[in-house]
Design a protein around this ligand. Structure first.
Ligand code: KIV
Length: 269
């Protein structure tokens, strides 16, 4: 099983690592077979699984349920779980929420923010809970940003983000995750913190690892997708491969070509 030390080793060796979001055991098994290095049980499950329009309604119970399912399906990847909106507003709440997901299989928790998380990061780390800090575009603060937009567009804002990274690393953050920031800043931060693996999503190709929401890269997000998404399903099997398979099933049921003899139990009664 991949550990935090492996991520540090990958960084030292310049070996880039992969991360995908995952919410269930069968997809987790597919990721084990594909040797994905890291899995994020993201609170993006609010949109991808629950059909909501933001991550805000997701609860700690939801995160623990999906973390347990993913852990049962995958014995290879390092598993990191998001602490959802308002579940770490105080240090006590953060400890309680982190305990709930660590006890069902997470190896690390991810929290969104900056320097103001320092006390919580110290307490979690002291209690044996590695922390990934998500900076840049942090979806739990979508209403503060006024939408999902590129962050740190100026030198001044980039320097502020670097200062936040420094503060959380000083407090003990084990991993940084940067979302939707200029590629140059992704590279700078990965270089500035030689002992801290940096994962990017919309942060350029020079971070140490990359993450995507699995539905996005499989073409299962219908409607507008972010510029940083690449649809790998489209390249491998055709843009509508999954919908086409479901359509074919529907048609086969209607014309009775499914189930065929080999799918049925032929017993003389
Ligand atoms: O919840 C999530 O899926 C995330 C990724 C977008 C990084 O935080």
């Amino acid at each position: 099983m991949i550990s935090l030390s492996d991520l540090r080793k990958f960084k030292a060796e310049g070996r880039k690592f992969s991360c995908l979001t995952c919410y269930d055991a069968s997809m987790a098994k597919a990721m084990e077979l594909a040797e994905i290095d890291t899995i994020l049980i993201g609170d993006s499950l609010g949109m991808a699984i629950q059909g909501r329009d933001s991550t805000l309604p997701v609860t700690v119970e939801d995160m623990a349920y999906h973390t347990a399912a993913v852990r049962r399906g995958n014995a290879h990847a390092l598993i990191m779980t998001d602490l959802p909106f308002m579940s770490y507003a105080t240090v006590e709440d953060g400890l309680k929420s982190a305990k709930a997901v660590m006890q069902v299989g997470a190896q690390m928790v991810k929290i969104e923010g900056g320097a103001w998380l320092s006390d919580l990061i110290q307490v979690l780390t002291r209690n044996g809970i590695p922390v990934c800090v998500h900076l840049g575009l942090t979806p739990q603060s979508v209403h503060v940003f006024g939408g999902y937009k590129l962050q740190a567009r100026t030198r001044e804002a980039a320097n502020q983000l670097i200062a936040d990274c420094q503060a959380v690393v000083d407090a003990g953050a084990a991993v940084l995750l940067l979302e939707c920031v200029p590629a140059q800043l992704g590279k700078e931060i990965a270089e500035l913190f030689p002992n801290t693996p940096v994962i990017g999503i919309g942060a350029g190709h020079e971070t140490d690892g990359q993450v995507l929401v699995v539905q996005d890269m499989l073409g299962l997000t219908f409607g507008k997708v972010a510029r940083f998404v690449r649809n790998f399903m489209k390249e491998q099997a055709g843009e509508t491969a999954i919908v086409d398979a479901i359509k074919a099933y529907h048609a086969a049921v209607q014309d009775q070509s499914f189930p065929a003899k080999e799918h049925t139990f032929q017993v003389e009664l």
